[in-house]
Design a protein around this ligand. Structure first.
Ligand code: 13P
Length: 249
């Protein structure tokens, strides 16, 4: 049985004061949660949040990393640097990175490899845009995004990774994929991995992301292939994030 996992993606939000207040509330109630919990925070807050979550059940993650190990890459942050802050997770290929910053499937695959090489757990984000869904291309787009990484690192690497299905049209829009729509894609992702290694596929945590709220979390998380959530807006509100975690049992 796969353990449920709920990760917050704070995106470009936070301040020292807000982070401390949010983590205080989360820590106070996280001990009783059945699921794994992580927060993926902006780089400048890694040290602060590392200290705040120390000794708690809340794991630390980052939202992006460089595909390079070191060198003349102004503004970039390497996997090894994230490791120095005791980061366990790093988001790779979030749709905002793909669409706003032009990260290609090939770059995403290199970032995934760089995370693994440093002992971080990559959370590979995949998902189709609205026009792609309307054009009936959802499975094709998601399987292409998955294949780029599978070909680069091999299926065994997915034993040490997490996948997040985030339909782009559902992110920050209040338009959640229905539980059945999400389940269909999660099942296809697992089948794609299972075609290469059934054991890896059955252990792989596949999270859903896109307007997850306390009201819809339980039904989403009760689908057979949905192993938790990657939460944006609701991860910034302690009560909402905790309620979503409580729905992951
Ligand atoms: P929302 O939960 O705000 O839709 O964001 C989802 C997301 O992009 C998480 O990575």
């Amino acid at each position: 049985m796969r353990k449920k996992f709920v990760a917050g993606n704070w995106k470009m939000h936070g301040s020292f004061q807000k982070n401390a207040a949010l983590l205080d509330s989360l820590k106070a109630q996280s001990e009783n949660l059945a699921c794994e919990v992580a927060v993926c925070v902006p780089y400048p807050y890694l040290a602060q949040v590392q200290a705040l979550v120390e000794g708690s059940r809340i794991a630390l993650g980052a939202q992006n990393l460089s595909e390079h190990a070191s060198g003349a890459f102004t503004g970039e942050v390497s996997a090894a640097m994230l490791g120095e802050f005791a980061c366990r997770y790093v988001l790779v290929g979030h749709s905002e990175r793909r669409t706003i910053y032009g990260e290609s499937d090939a770059v995403v695959a290199e970032k995934f490899a760089a995370a693994l090489a440093s002992g971080l757990v990559p959370v590979l984000c995949v998902g189709e845009k609205l026009d792609e869904r309307e054009g009936g291309l959802t499975d094709q787009v998601v399987s292409r995004q998955m294949a780029a990484v599978l070909e680069r690192v091999g299926v065994a690497a997915f034993a040490k990774a997490v996948v997040a299905y985030e339909p782009v049209w559902a992110i920050g829009t209040g338009m959640t994929a229905s539980p059945a729509q999400a389940q269909d894609v999660h099942m296809a992702i697992r089948a794609q991995v299972a075609a290469l290694d059934a054991g890896v596929a059955s252990g792989l945590q596949i999270l859903y992301g896109g307007s997850v709220k306390p009201q819809n979390a339980k039904e989403l998380f009760s689908q057979a292939d949905i192993d938790g959530g990657l939460i944006g807006g609701a991860a910034l509100v302690a009560d909402d994030f905790l309620a979503i975690c409580q729905a992951a049992v």
